[in-house]
Design a protein around this ligand. Structure first.
Ligand code: FAD
Ligand code: NAD
Length: 467
């Protein structure tokens, strides 16, 4: 079987690359080692985590917010089995949707582990041990990532777990000890805190979501503390032991004192590493970076071997589904002879807690370090009529604009529906809007998006109307 393009891996990078290749008239195959398509994102990442976040948020609101709206409920409870079952139905609907899209676009799907025989030949080893060979003029590696582990803390997948197991537990933990106050930790920590678990977060750095603008982490920590989560910041985990149903996590305080926490589950969420096992990269002379095991690519996302490209979590940059998708599109268009471009500065980042956290562009810390003169405009949701109506008063929108040109350089928000609202900031920055441009554009009233306009007004000669 001969193709113009073979894509290895069917996550958001791989399947989008395959569809774009097919749209451009390239004969395309996709290889996937699991028996469902969609990769980490659809099977054990973005989609199932959002399904559980939505379910747990409904429960939490019913338990804590409904009475203020004048809604009374008797005998409120959680059917956790049903919640997890629904999550799986959401996953199944999404993954079968990708199968449909492969057929619709006449992309051949080969289930099995793909490995390089040579730079144009991929051996596909099926689960039953049989092998087939397919050849392609171009190959796109989109094999994604897997959870990182700590060398001194083995994951047994029963009591010491990763996000994958945390998405399919059979019971609500009584005490979830979470290592890592990053995106996965806080999203899944929120799920279980809302369902009644005690959640303790041990984070190595001195703030949560440490790579985002510092103000966001501080505000999110306040809100999650109200939810009942407890934080051990600047603490260093040293080990964990499992004894029956109990796991004891040992860690050092910033002053070097020894501490321990006992829980029924320990979720290790300390980042992810690129996944290239079994690909046979050495056979074609592709090496991976020692740290993070990422494949090195040039500006066209081509590896050191001509005609072999890599995209998504397996290469440098943020490990985000939409980044992988954009790279899939970019490589397909490069193979088809086009000249696409990605502005990596404008890939938004979102944390799906409630309130949601979303950001794009430069942080204050980055602008300071680069010596850029900037001005700030902020608007708190407690001053928004829409937020008052829904009772979502935590959070703010912060706009950073160039002190001289007024061009928007970064937008950082925490608040209701921030994940959707950040799109306005991305569009504004793609078109190099000034803060005043956005301040002069009509925003429907009452909406959360007015907070973006008000923050831009605040950055424009302090002209915010409602603060
Ligand atoms: P993946 O999605 O990892 O897909 C790689 C695929 O390649 C897999 O299906 C794998 O089986 C297959 N594969 C690997 N090796 C081979 C081989 N040799 N042969 C054949 N197939 C192979 N990102 C967001 O943007 N938003 C979110 O809300 C979000 N939530 C997340 C929540 C969790 C719990 C996790 C773990 C991640 C989340 N992410 C989120 C990150 C997102 O899932 C990844 O950035 C994204 O899936 C990367 O896409 P990818 O195509 O590079 O790789
Ligand atoms: P992360 O990098 O977001 O967070 C890991 C956290 O663990 C960091 O805060 C880090 O300081 C901390 N840490 C590292 N080593 C530690 C140690 N020994 N002890 C205590 N803390 C330690 O990684 P993650 O949360 O595992 O997520 C992995 C990837 O998945 C991320 O790159 C993220 O982009 C992606 N993801 C995205 C979303 C989303 O877009 N909403 C959701 C989930 C995951």
């Amino acid at each position: 079987m001969q193709y113009d393009v073979i894509v290895i891996g069917s996550g958001p990078g791989g399947y989008v690359a395959a569809i774009r290749c097919a749209q451009l008239g390239l004969k395309t195959a996709i290889v996937e080692k699991y028996n469902t398509l969609g990769g980490t994102c659809l099977n054990v990442g973005c989609i199932p985590s959002k399904a559980l976040l939505d379910s747990s948020e409904h429960y939490h609101n019913a338990a804590h917010a409904f009475t203020t709206h004048g809604i009374k409920l008797d005998n409120l409870g959680v059917d956790f089995g049903q919640m997890v079952k629904r999550k799986q139905e959401v996953v199944d609907a999404n993954t079968s949707g990708i199968s449909y899209l492969m057929k619709k676009n006449k992309i051949d799907t080969h289930f099995g582990t793909g490995s390089f025989k040579d730079k144009n030949t991929i051996t596909v080893k099926k689960a039953d041990g049989t092998e087939t060979e397919i050849t392609g003029k171009n190959v796109i590696i989109a094999t994604g990532s897997k959870p990182s582990a700590l060398p001194f803390l083995p994951i047994d997948k029963k009591r010491v777990i990763t996000s994958t197991e945390a998405l399919s537990l059979t019971e609500i933990p009584k005490h979830l000890v979470l290592i890592g106050g990053g995106v996965i930790g806080l999203e899944l920590g929120s799920v279980y805190a809302r369902l009644g678990s005690k959640v303790s977060v041990i984070e190595f750095m001195d703030g949560i979501i440490p790579t985002m603008d510092k103000g966001l982490g501080r505000e999110l920590q306040k809100v999650l503390t109200k939810l009942g989560m407890e934080f051990y910041l600047g603490h260093k985990v040293t080990g964990a032991t499992v004894n029956g149903d109990e796991v004891t996590v040992n860690f050092d305080t910033p002053k070097g004192e020894k501490k321990e926490l006992k829980g029924d589950y320990c979720l290790v969420a300390v980042g992810r590493i690129a996944y290239t096992d079994g690909l046979g990269l050495d056979k074609i002379g592709i090496t991976v970076e020692e740290r993070g095991r990422k494949i090195t690519v040039n500006d066209h996302l081509e590896t050191s071997v001509k005609g072999v490209y890599a995209i998504g979590d397996v290469i440098k940059g943020a490990m985000l589904a939409h980044k992988a998708e954009d790279e899939g599109t970019l490589v397909a268009e490069i193979i088809a002879g086009q000249k696409p471009h990605i502005d990596y500065n404008l890939i938004p980042g979102v944390v799906y807690t409630w309130p949601e956290v979303a950001a794009v562009g430069q942080t204050e810390e980055q602008l300071k370090a680069a010596g850029v003169k900037y001005k700030t405009g902020s608007f708190p949701f407690k001053a928004s009529g829409r937020a008052r109506a829904s009772g979502d008063l935590d959070g703010f929108v912060k706009v950073l604009a160039d002190a001289v040109t007024d061009e928007i350089l970064g937008v950082h928000m925490i608040g209701p529906r921030a994940a959707d609202m950040i799109a306005e900031a991305v569009v504004a920055m793609e078109f190099r809007a000034s803060a005043e441009d956005i301040a002069r554009i009509s925003h429907a009233h009452p909406t959360y998006t007015e907070a973006m306009r008000e923050a831009c007004l605040a950055a424009t000669e302090n002209r915010a109307i409602h603060i």
